[in-house]
Design a protein around this ligand. Sequence first.
Ligand SMILES: Cc1ncc(COP(=O)(O)O)c(C=O)c1O
Length: 392
Amino acid sequence: MNRTPHAPSGEPNPLRVLSPADLRRRTSMKWRTHPADVLPLWVAEMDVPQPEPVVRAVTDALALGDTGYPVGTAYAEALAAFAAKRWGWDGLAVERTALVPDVMLGAVEMLKLVTGPGDPVIVSPPVYPPFFQFVTHMDRRVVRAPLGADLRLDLGALDEAFRRAVAGGGRAAYLLCSPQNPTGTVHTAAELAAVAELADRHGVRVVADEIHAPLVAAGADFVPYLSVPGGERGLSLMSASKGWNLAGLKAALAVAGPEAAADLARLPAEAADGASHLGVIAHTAALRDAGPWLDALLAGLDDNRRLLAGLLAEHLPAIRCRPGRATYLAWLDCRALGLGDDPAQVFLERGRVALSSGPPFGEGGAGHARLNLGTSPELLTEAVRRMTEAVR
Ligand SMILES: Cc1ncc(COP(=O)(O)O)c(C=O)c1O
């Protein structure tokens, strides 16, 4: 592992700690799906070591054999304190939370509470592809209200989609992605309040996937959906999974607004099964004790955003990249390169660099690719070199 200069928070930039040799020893999806000559900047895993408080909490538990079933409210209390400190929101009530295995399974459970089989679920593409798959798998119908050309929520499209969704008489829900994966769009308080107003007007329930909420750059404000006027009837899913790269340690929280408390109370106890006790310990330690590490990460991600913009301007000016202010993902509009619907495939085959393909993100995905900025500046630079070679 490299030792690197410290970020303003006093922590080293976590994106600069692990060497390529360290990363190649990993066994999870990002570094093991493709052959060793491929540089992987695709699935949402970050090339960071764990913060010391998380390592200590999990290894202490292992040493103690504290490896049973989860119980208690420590995770929810840590999230409530984090929300108050980071987002100035003191409305996250521990008694209106429920442990769920992960964010997507939590979203499925929330959608089951407010819709029935065959009912419509509205989504705003381009969006995290499992939104389509999980909704279909749970026997709901996907209704699409794409983002506008500016990659922001299109309130007119939402109005129309909500109207269409309820026209058949079923119960409808809007699965909001906030901040938005893959664009990194941070929805404003005004936009979210407008969503709540539209949802109330049409009788649509809102389920907000807020997994990327900790990953909002300094100067851009994350606004919890449940905190906006009209958000009281909302349900949210949160976790430390993306912010601290804890996907392998399963545990997430469902959070209800005051007027959705009765819905959350109907969640069957078995919905929490699958959350891991070690996951709860890790997520709690991250939220409670690893704020400085997160600050160093956010500074490193901002550096990477600037680095990517500079590299693309110099070597691949035909790619349009409007980096959002959240997530560690960059959404690349490659249409001017003329590489067809799936430029990631071309970058992989000709450049040996793996990005995520755009088309599975839905409308607006064709001709696009998603690049994972959660890596070192050196590997990011190498990725753009390979992409440049691929289209030379
Ligand atoms: C928007 C969004 N939701 C959910 C997930 C998956 O979270 P989990 O593993 O907790 O289901 C991801 C992972 O990248 C994501 O980007």
